[in-house]
Design a protein around this ligand. Structure first.
Ligand code: CA
Length: 237
């Protein structure tokens, strides 16, 4: 399925200047959108609407925290969420990502950056669509292929030998291509618990994984680092 420009983007932001900036950028690039200035309005719209393909969400809303909106939405929907945050603290971004956000931008942000994130988020949606319908067990991204049923990874058609933890790590990131996964989330999924003391091992496994799958491990194209936050698998054309 191609990138869905037929869907509507919901922009949730109480600051009219930022809301207009985002709305204007979306307009110019042909994205349909609606606006909400509070968490309550946003949740009311999200509960009733079936046409929303993406949510751009400010964390600092007048009535409720944006993180509450993500938690509520994730109760019934996997619609991608890009968080806008005026707060510099990584802890807010991590909280939003752990609640189920896909990505984040810190204000002030550039319109180009926002549009790039919108494309990534909508691609993730398009990318996941067939997986839910037909459940194919092979993942393809650039030169990388993962056969989930056989547990085999290949790069340029040649098998890559991974340790069980490297494989679990890669499979988790691949299944969430386009989404920023926090350290805590990864540790919980791969190690079974999120202990800060396991963070150095995660870094080591990421380094060895990159050596095996990246064309140039020093300039990774698949596995992106979000300093202080986590990692993301990027879609490679
Ligand atoms: Ca705000």
């Amino acid at each position: 399925m191609a990138t869905d420009r037929g869907g509507t983007i919901l922009v949730v932001e109480d600051d009219p200047a930022v809301r207009n900036l985002v709305a204007c950028a979306l307009d110019v690039h042909g994205y349909r959108h609606r606006e909400a200035a509070s968490a309550t309005t946003a949740l009311a719209d999200l509960t009733c609407a079936t046409d929303i393909s993406l949510v751009i969400l400010d964390l600092g809303l007048p009535d409720r925290d944006g993180v509450d909106v993500i938690r509520a939405l994730r109760g019934w929907s996997r619609t991608p969420v890009i968080v806008l945050s005026a707060r510099q603290e990584d802890v807010d971004k991590v909280g939003a990502l752990d609640a189920g956000a896909d990505d984040y931008l810190t204000k002030p942000f550039s319109v180009e950056e926002l549009l790039a994130r919108v494309r990534v988020a909508l691609r993730r949606l398009a990318f996941e669509e067939p997986a839910r319908a037909g459940e194919p067990d092979v993942y393809r991204n650039g030169a990388l292929a993962i056969d989930f049923s056989a547990g085999v990874v290949a790069r340029d058609g040649a098998e890559v030998h991974l340790t069980p933890i490297e494989y679990k790590l890669l499979a988790l990131l691949a299944r969430n291509t386009g989404k920023v996964l926090t350290h805590n989330y990864i540790l919980k999924e791969v190690w079974g618990q999120a202990l800060a003391s396991d963070l150095p091992s995660l870094r080591v496994f990421m380094a060895t994984l990159r050596k095996k799958i990246e064309p140039d491990p020093a300039n990774p194209v698949y596995l992106q680092t979000h300093v202080g936050i986590g990692y993301r698998m990027l879609r490679v054309e």
